[in-house]
Write a protein that binds this ligand. Structure first.
Ligand code: GDD
Ligand code: MN
Length: 384
């Protein structure tokens, strides 16, 4: 019977797979465990290598996802693919110290716990050679996380932990599955206090391959926080879209000021130019941030996108003015009437551009090279 499943998300980690499996074998000894890699169609042949190893190492298998990216969702799918009573999640890049796995497992089994987290921030743990900037960012992220997770985790950003599968089953339908921070997602999704213990470790340097952490990870983190906090109310994209809209309003006012006051243009000209500059900036920001997963690329797609965005937002502005005016005529104060107009047009702009400008593209399955044909029955019998 399998006691422990280790879920390992991979994206271009080919060089790390063999050393990782060797280290796991060394520390886990004769424990009954399985290793499930969840690979997002790495371009360096990670999945092919794992499949090859799995022919002789029966503990190992790979779940390859096509056309998908995301550390958290990869972990969720990996965790759901096993029946083991204890499930560990760790990175493939040898930065997580596998030698503490037996201690983590022993804790989970011997105490009434849902989760045992490997932490870099408790006595005996360390961030290792992390740059000062990464430590600062990690600190900010940690402080923000307090808003959604009512528990004391010294390292809520950790990607290294073991959980009881009953806890997973309890929260799995409530997970957001967005971005990098699966631990935080799990803990914040729980409707009751989570029973957690921590084991310190020293975060190691990455030797092979490179980190996938970039600015998008920061945006996805923000999205996770928004989804956990307000997810019952509106999708996280709506909040990003509104934030971009807020930035656009500031740009609009600045451009208006420059043209009107410094350049002595007429109000009509200044307002028109400011409107189009702000809308154009909003289009590109939304394209890069809010809808990065279905980003429009190439001149034709961008021009069509921009035009449809202008159209949707122009109608939105018209609705804004009519609604606000109607309410104001009803005797409501100017600021409330103005605010209602803004909210109604934001919802309109969001809904229409989500359908029109950034509608989900059909996947192009012919874009990839076809794999070699499978051997036919006659090939197999002649080989025998
Ligand atoms: N399947 C899949 N899909 N795997 C991914 C993806 C993805 O989109 N992005 C990254 N990974 C895999 C990497 O291959 C690696 O095994 C692991 O997830 C962590 O990615 P890194 O790029 O090495 O992240 P990091 O070292 O900067 O940060 C990690 O460790 C921190 C400390 O525990 C992450 O786990 C952080 O969330 C964590 O805070
Ligand atoms: Mn790493």
């Amino acid at each position: 019977m399998v006691d422990l499943a280790i879920i390992i998300p991979t994206f271009n980690e080919r060089e790390n797979i063999r050393p990782l499996l060797a280290s796991l074998d060394a520390v886990l000894g004769d424990l009954e465990y399985e290793v499930i890699f969840v690979d997002d169609d790495s371009t360096d042949g990670t999945a092919a290598l794992i499949r090859e190893l799995s022919l002789t190492n029966l503990r190992v298998r790979v779940l390859q996802r096509i056309g998908r990216r995301g550390l958290a969702s990869a972990c969720v799918e990996g965790m759901l693919s096993t029946a083991a009573p204890c499930i560990a999640v760790m990175d493939a890049d040898l930065q997580h110290d596998e030698s503490i796995l037996p201690e983590m497992l022993a804790k989970l089994c011997s105490e009434p716990l849902d989760l045992v987290v490997a932490t870099r921030n408790a006595a005996g743990g360390s961030m290792g050679e992390f740059s000062a900037l990464r430590i600062r960012l990690s600190d900010i992220g940690k402080r923000l996380s307090n808003g959604i997770c009512h528990c004391s985790l010294s390292d809520p950003m950790s990607g290294f932990f073991i959980l009881d599968r009953r806890f997973l089953e309890e929260v799995v339908h409530l997970l957001s599955g967005i971005g990098f921070k699966i631990l935080l997602d799990l803990v914040a999704s729980s409707r009751r206090p989570v029973r957690i213990a921590e084991v310190p470790y020293r975060f190691r340097e990455r030797v092979h391959g490179e980190s996938k952490l970039d600015t998008l990870v920061g945006i996805e983190y923000l999205q996770l926080l928004l989804d956990k906090k307000f997810g019952d109310f509106a999708p996280p994209q709506f909040f990003l879209f509104s934030m971009v809209g807020g930035a656009g309003a500031l740009v609009h006012l600045s451009v208006l000021f420059v043209l009107l006051k410094l350049d002595q243009q007429s109000f009509l000209v200044s307002q028109t130019i400011a409107t189009y500059i702000a809308m154009t900036m909003n289009f590109f920001l939304n394209n890069m941030v809010t809808y990065r997963d279905r980003r429009l690329r190439g001149a034709a797609a961008l021009i069509w996108g921009l035009l449809s965005f202008y159209l949707a937002c122009s109608i939105g502005a018209f609705i804004n003015i009519r609604v606000a005016n109607f309410i104001w005529n009803g005797g409501v104060s100017w600021y409330l009437a103005g605010a209602v107009g803004v909210v109604v047009s934001s919802v309109w702009n969001y809904a229409v551009t989500a359908m029109l400008t950034w509608r989900r593209a059909r996947r192009n399955l012919t874009a990839r090279p076809r794999p070699a044909p499978l051997p036919t029955g006659s090939d197999l019998s002649s080989a025998r």
